[in-house]
Unconditional design. Sequence first.
Length: 519
Amino acid sequence: MTNQVKIFDTTLRDGEQALLASLSAKEKLQIALALERLGVDIMEAGFPVSSPGDFNSVQMIAREVKNSIVCGLARAVEADIDACGNALKVADQFRIHTFLATSDIHIEHKLRKTRDQVIDMAVGAIKYARRYTDDVEFSCEDAGRTDIDYLCRVVEAAINAGANTINIPDTVGYTIPTEFGNIVTNLMNRVPNIDKATISVHCHNDLGLAVANSLAAVEQGARQVECTMNGIGERAGNTSLEEIAMILQTRESLLGLKSNINSTEIHRTSKLVSQLCNMPVQSNKAIVGTNAFSHSSGIHQDGVLKAQNTYEIMTPESVGINKNNLNMTSRSGRHVIKHRLEELGYKPEDYDLEAVYAAFLELADKKGQVYDYDLEALLFFDQQKHDSAHYQLKYLHATSGREIVPSATVTLQVGEEEVTKTAIGNGPVDAAFNAIMEVLGHQDLVVVDFKLDSKGEGADALAQVGVIAEYKGRRFHGIGLATDIVEAGVKGLIFVLNNTYIADQIDQQKNQQERVAGV
Ligand SMILES: CC(=O)SCCNC(=O)CCNC(=O)[C@H](O)C(C)(C)COP(=O)(O)OP(=O)(O)OC[C@H]1O[C@@H](n2cnc3c(N)ncnc32)[C@H](O)[C@@H]1OP(=O)(O)O
Ligand SMILES: CC(C)C(=O)C(=O)O
Ligand SMILES: [Mg+2]
């Protein structure tokens, strides 16, 4: 038996069934071309009889796609098969996929037929489809709940009628892996002509077992898996293509099986499908979730930096992700901070790791995720700030809003002393600045410029404030950084104050030296 597992993608058919708004023909073609690049063996492009729009898009895909077999779905009804054949005949290679339910629940309640009538309909449909192509697939809808003896009979008759792929769907996602694997084993052992067809499986995820059931079937001899990108599909969706493909790739030595999927195309195909189908991917989704290759905790990050395989069973690059995958959060340690700074071009001797790490933790506690630009801003601020500053901010409270007078209370450490003042202003920054002026007790410092900048993206970005003030005929510049705009402004002004203090000290020293020198 071959060790090649065919990947049959049904994103554009079963996946599309789950969408609130249908895709346009152009969008379907875009996805089809991405699936072709991804290397799917067969793609089910739609259900041509269902609407003129679907017919046209299946036809367009059949015309454009060259490296995958294009397939269309048809009920066991001649009109459906005609629509399929007519839409697909422009393709270099195409498949007609016809189906009929085989479980008693469906036969009695939905189709209102007998078991024998269903076999006759299936046989008739397969023979009819063979007029259009040699490549005919037959699905026993709801096979997961079909009596196994009857299922064996249907499969044998379908192969005799000319179906070369027999699909076993767990249409309602009811089975569990051992049970589903056993269905395949039964077919392999009990259907006399089974060697003339490929067994395919098509699992739904109602109990979260679609991938596990598909894998169990493949281990028992199924050689085609029907799946969709990001696992989209009716209700809880279908087997996820990326998961089954990466299981085969990552565990090849255990399973001894392969697929033709070019895994480095997974990430971008997933993004395209998610975007065009307006179906967000949950962040912790295996393989394609934004967290799938991220490491947030210090111990894991340290491990990955020392050897990637400590916490990664596959690389992000193998699925086409090229990004820094180490999240910087309050659970991160010094190793990852040093590593990121190195990647950003800072040498360890350029900064004080302990100080940057302390500032990082403070920021991460406020902000959650810390990004590269935050880290750089912290580093810059660390280099600029005065550790034993004369003026230090100890407390800040500011209130503002519509119809209230903005006010602020500021406590500054001034040398050895702590001074608290409250003031009002035309806004919270102005009020805080006025309170600082009160602390200073003199008015010979004038703020002439205040520039607010956002360091990063989004509403939770760091605020960076540049303050320029005139003092004794000279201009002094300061920078403040904080998640709070008022605090950033106050820190900027305090930066200026410390510079003026240092300037005063230098002037005093100069004066003293000049006096000593008798100048
Ligand atoms: C498990 C699956 O995912 S199957 C694929 C499901 N996908 C879709 O249904 C999307 C496309 N479907 C459609 O556009 C429409 O349902 C159509 C065009 C196929 C049919 O539309 P209508 O003729 O209006 O029938 P409607 O959808 O209301 O009912 C389905 C009919 O098909 C019958 N039917 C269902 N499956 C099959 C089948 N495999 N073979 C033959 N007949 C079938 C039903 O018994 C029912 O017949 P009835 O009218 O004699 O009771
Ligand atoms: C048409 C068939 C294959 C199907 O989608 C199902 O049974 O889930
Ligand atoms: Mg299905």
